[in-house]
Each structure stands twice: as structure tokens, then as C-alpha cells.
Design a protein around this ligand. Sequence first.
Ligand code: NAP
Length: 282
Amino acid sequence: MAVIIDGKAVSAAVRTEIRQEAAAIAAQGRAPSLAVIIVGEDPASKVYVRNKHKACAECGITSFQHELPADTTQEQLLALIEQLNADPAVDGILCQLPLPGHLDEQAVIDAIAPDKDVDAFHPQNTGRIMTGDYAFLPCTPAGIMELLRRYEIPVAGKRAVVIGRSNIVGKPMALLLINASATVTVCNSQTPELAAVTRQADLLVAAVGRPDFVTADMVRPGAVVIDVGINRREDGTLCGDVRFDEVAPIASHITPVPGGVGPMTITMLLKNTLTAARKHMR
Ligand code: NAP
């Protein structure tokens, strides 16, 4: 049976460190701060935003909430971002995605000042992941690397397979693994003979967004399996991309859903906010 990677416990440990560092920053002037923008009424986004504010409060990070109505125009949203970019009391800015359909997400991402872009979605920050010379890392892949480090799971020299190539998870995950000297294969919906590819993996990262997609026959016995998926089954229950009951008995390590990758994502957002605050202190 695999070691279950406890994202909640690692997250709690990292948040203790963050709390201490936030207090040290506050003692030198003001507490680190994060501005969170939410447009519209998407219930999942509201839950995510509430959790982000709660996590900030627990760690001594000031958070400002900007709730905008669903019919906010592109100009109004960009004007708010410009105002936050210029505000010396704001260290990090996050605009909760997805935005309502009439808004141009990429233009919004591009408008956030790169030194306040704590989601690390601005092209300047995504480009820096490629060169390995970065200030901020995107939160989910960064959280996964932190889990691997804390469980002392070696990455260098390993064969890693990432299923999924999204800009927020799959692609940056692949880059971080390349930077950590893994040999990386990135799969997408057109990858032929997917199971034959995933069975090569010493480290398998599933970021597909389909319930129970990765079955035991797709996993090499002894592999480390990281499940990024957050999905709802038809009966409403939460699950990942991996058939945990089948895969856990053959993997060496596995992340559960919930309680694996998920808690690390917000924790890394807090870490990026501290990085931004430190930059703004200089
Ligand atoms: P996404 O943008 O929908 O990307 C999914 C990727 O999976 C795409 O690249 C897609 O390929 C690939 N894919 C779909 N079907 C496939 C198949 N049959 N074979 C191989 N690849 C296939 O999703 P995402 O934003 O990366 O998110 C993925 C999952 O992670 C979702 O469940 C999301 O909720 C979850 N998530 C969790 C966290 C967290 O904190 N734990 C954070 C972010 C996301 P194509 O490119 O060819 O379409």
C-alpha cells in the first residue's frame, strides 16, 4: 500500500512558517497584503475566494476583497487593476478565474503588475519559469514540488509523465520537473496509447479534470502518483482524476482527493504574497 501524501499536514507546517515570516515583515512596517478580485456570482469561485481570505487571516496577511458585479465592463476591471498596481499598500493581486464570458481573461492577466502577480500567470512570470529564474511560481505546480521535497521523493533522473497541458497546471508542472532534472513527457487528449506512456512513469501527475480517469493498468507498480483533479461524480461526491482504490495498492506514494494537492495551492499563494511583500520592502 502506498504512502498517502498528507497535503493538509504539509500545508499546516508551511503555513506555520509563513505566519512567522509574515509577523517578521509586519514588525518592519506593515503586514504583507493581498487584493482579491472576484467578478460575478460563480459559487465555486466564491468558495475559493472565501478560503483565500480565511487562509490570509490565519497567517497574518491582510486581504482586501473587491467584489464586482457580473456586468462589470473590461474598462472598469482594468481600471481597478491599475489602481491596485499603483497602491503601495498592496503586495499581491489576484483576479479569480474564470471571468464572465464577456471579459477578456488574458488582457486582465496581462494588466496585473508582474511584481504583484502572485498567481504567476502574467507572461513575464510564466516565461521566467522556462528560464528557471523566477520570483513567483504558479501555485498548484509549486505546491506539488513542495510535497515532493517534504516527502524526500527524488525527482532528478526520474521519468515523469504529466497528463494535461493547461497553462495553469500541466505546462508549468512539466517545466518545474524539467528544471528539477526529470525526463518529462507531457500528454494531451490526442496522445496515442496513453496507458503505455503513463506506465513508463516513475512519477505520474494527473491534471485531466475527469473523475477516475487513471486506472491501475495505467500505473507502473512503485510509481509516485500525484492527483491534481478536483471533480464531482454524478452523485455529487468529490473525487480526483485517479482511481484511488485501485492505484493506492500498487503506487509507492499517492496524493488523496481531497487532502492532497488542493490544500497546497492556497498555501503557495500565501508564500508568493510574502515574496511580493519582501520585494516591496526594499
Ligand atoms: P484543463 O485546462 O481542462 O486541462 C485538462 C488537460 O487534460 C488538457 O490538456 C487536456 O488535453 C487533457 N486531457 C483531457 N482528456 C484527456 C485524455 N483523454 N487523455 C489525455 N489528456 C487529456 O484543466 P486544468 O485547469 O489543468 O485542471 C485539471 C484538473 O485539475 C481539474 O480537475 C481541475 O479542477 C483541477 N485543478 C486542481 C487544482 C488544485 O488546487 N488541486 C488547481 C487547478 C486545477 P487537450 O489540451 O488536448 O484538451
